[in-house]
Design a protein around this ligand. Structure first.
Ligand SMILES: [Zn+2]
Ligand SMILES: [Zn+2]
Length: 85
């Protein structure tokens, strides 16, 4: 069965697919959408159908996101785009 990579939208052929969290990715597409780090299938977080490393996920979407300003954050260009719906 041919799956489609949720990142680039192109077909993922058998043999090149990385299956993670119920989706098929290209090996090169399965990377953190924040820091571009290569991810290990099944060992990363996901938000809005996009893969994130657990690090970035916690920083961006975790319980402390937007609140833990006391933490020593690095300068983040991705400012909060109010995801409160
Ligand atoms: Zn892809
Ligand atoms: Zn990351």
């Amino acid at each position: 069965m041919l799956g489609y990579c949720p990142i680039c939208g192109k077909p993922v052929y058998f043999g090149e697919k990385k299956r993670s969290l119920g989706r098929d990715y290209h090996p090169l597409c399965l990377k953190c959408q924040q820091c571009q780090r290569q991810l290990t299938p099944g060992q990363h977080a996901e938000h809005d159908e996009k893969p994130f490393c657990t690090n970035c996920y916690m920083k961006t979407f975790g319980p402390r996101a937007g609140k833990g300003r006391m933490m020593s954050y690095c300068h983040s260009s991705a400012s909060s785009s109010s995801s409160s719906s």
